[in-house]
Design a protein. Structure first.
Length: 212
């Protein structure tokens, strides 16, 4: 089995060699497994990845859900990451406060596990106390809200669907920044709270948060 950790990191020459192997993998009793954090179509269209190679690798595709799709797991994952850092003596003894974990749970994590791991490492090294608190999380997390709405919204969508996609990203981002506070979100967005509730319900954001 040959595992390719990140397709986006392959050079043109490496893609050429991988395509050569992919065409002969079955005869050579080699199983290829690859991963990319990028959306495959965007990897081909925007970054010039070999389209024929992508098609050859896409016999079976398993899409991993984004962290924001299962936020209830974020505190447990972050706690485990921190425990591993402490066990390997990467940092002094550290624990997360309940408040800090709630801030992390409500964050959108555009970079998914990679960003979460980086945030945990930063918090482990920069916290002045053994317990990592809300203030620490609010200081560190904004630097990971780097992905723009343009990168998330497809220009191939009809105008109405594209507008809804942008609004969903906009409100989820600011709701995370407001630590889940509807009052603070209303203030930041400039919407009256009743209208904001209707908007969030129409976008499916309130229903998903209720399930959490």
């Amino acid at each position: 089995m040959l595992f390719i950790a990140e397709l986006a990191a392959l050079s043109k020459n490496q893609q050429k060699h991988l395509a050569f192997l992919a065409a002969r993998a079955e005869r050579s009793n080699v199983r290829l497994v690859s991963f990319t954090a990028e959306e495959p179509k965007r990897l081909v269209d925007a970054q010039g990845f070999d389209a024929a190679l992508m098609q050859a690798l896409a016999g079976i595709v398993i899409a991993l859900p984004a962290l924001r799709e299962h936020p209830e797991d974020i505190p447990e994952i972050a706690t485990l990451m921190l425990a591993q850092l402490v066990e390997t003596r990467f940092c002094p003894p550290r624990i997360f406060s309940t408040g800090a974990l709630n801030v992390m749970r409500h964050f959108s994590w555009p970079g998914n596990l990679e960003d979460l791991a980086a945030a945990v490492r930063t918090l482990a090294l920069t916290s002045l106390e053994e317990e990592i608190g809300v203030g620490d999380a609010e200081r560190v997390l904004p630097q990971f809200a780097r992905r723009t709405a343009e990168a998330e919204v497809s220009f191939d969508l009809p105008l109405r669907e594209a507008r809804e996609a942008f609004e969903r990203i906009y409100f989820e981002h600011h709701l995370a920044q407001a630590n889940g506070s509807i009052a603070r979100l209303a203030e930041r967005s400039g919407l009256e709270r009743t209208h904001l509730y209707r908007k969030l319900k129409a976008l499916g954001i309130l229903a998903r948060r209720k399930e959490e």
